[in-house]
Write a protein that binds this ligand. Structure first.
Ligand SMILES: [Zn+2]
Length: 324
């Protein structure tokens, strides 16, 4: 496709009729190619009235409107509770369309599990539609702190498609480390994990055994340790989550999974970072020798993004544990 379009100007010189005849065809083909790449979120049922929207495993892009993460919603008799609102206004509109294909009930609540772009930059859209946007206090504070930076980086990725996106940190903030909320008979427990970003949280549905882990759990792809992530907190939060024995987990990224898979692909990796890399850092071993020693880990190498993230993850974990 791209090769053919590139050659078009040269063919124009040889035969002027060709491009006139072919132009509409190329236009249609170009549109079809764009449509084929565009990500349209789909709701999948996890248990009765609880749905996950699973985003692609790759990077943010204009085609996915930054929705390379997971979202979810609960349909209650009193309206819909949405977990996380997408990375832009357009992303939020796409999530709203996925919900509307399941229920005509309005989104009453949006609960944010974090401050990374895809967790909350759609807040303003849902708030404009009458939803109450809720987060723990430190989650909302981190949203305000990262707002300008995340709008800037999303603009670099999606370009024009960021238009209309206004960062709205959750207006309703909750104090305390663990909060129980109820809407339409659905009980939700919101608890800090402070894993990927400070102020990250999970949403636990105790009656259902369903966990929306936020960016504490990644499956199918390797989790990323960012400069502001905290491996020690993540390890502790993962153990606390496992103690709840969730039957279904909607991870931050990757397909809906059970606890065993979350343990293998996130929990065990946090243990590795904290117990192996962390121990090397505390023992003042050499950073480069440590990174080389653990470069190839068969138990995690099958995960997407391993090649791009694993070394940087170890590097950041080493720095974190070095300073303790
Ligand atoms: Zn994420």
């Amino acid at each position: 496709m791209r090769g053919l379009s590139c050659r078009l100007p040269f063919e124009m010189n040889k035969d002027l009729k060709m491009p006139i005849l072919l132009a509409p065809l190329f236009f249609v083909l170009a549109l079809t190619a764009t449509a084929a790449q565009a990500f349209e979120p789909k709701a999948e049922q996890v248990v009765d009235n609880v749905y996950a929207i699973v985003g692609p495993l790759g990077q943010r892009s204009a085609e996915n409107d930054g929705l390379n993460a997971n979202f979810g919603f609960i349909v209650t008799p009193d309206g819909v509770i949405l977990i996380d609102s997408g990375a832009s206004r357009r992303g939020a509109e796409k999530l709203a369309a996925a919900i509307a294909r399941v229920t005509d009930k309005p989104v009453r609540w949006v609960i944010n599990t974090g401050s990374q772009d895809h967790r909350w930059l759609g807040n303003d859209y849902f708030s404009g539609k009458g939803a109450e946007v809720i987060a723990l206090a430190r989650t909302a504070a981190a949203q305000a702190e990262f707002a300008a930076q995340h709008i800037e980086s999303m603009t670099r990725v999606v370009g024009e498609r960021i238009k209309g996106t206004k960062p709205l940190p959750a207006p309703k903030t909750l104090t305390g480390d663990m909060l129980t909320l109820e809407l339409g008979g659905e009980i939700l427990e919101l608890t800090y994990t402070d894993a990927h970003f400070a102020g990250d949280a999970w949403v636990w549905l105790p009656k259902r055994g369903v966990m929306f882990s936020g960016d504490l759990v990644f499956v199918d792809r390797l989790l990323g340790v960012l400069p502001w992530s905290n491996v020690k907190n993540s390890q502790q939060a993962f153990k606390a989550m496992a103690a709840l024995k969730p039957t279904r987990i909607i991870p931050g990224h990757g397909r809906v999974c059970d606890l065993a898979q979350a343990q293998r692909e996130s929990g065990d990796y946090y243990d590795f970072l904290a117990d192996k890399v962390g121990a090397a850092a505390r023992d003042m071993e050499s950073l480069s020798a440590t990174l080389d020693r653990y470069a190839d880990l068969p138990e995690f190498m099958h995960l997407q993004n391993y090649d791009g993230l694993h070394r940087a993850n170890m590097n950041r974990a080493f720095t974190e544990f070095e300073s303790q």
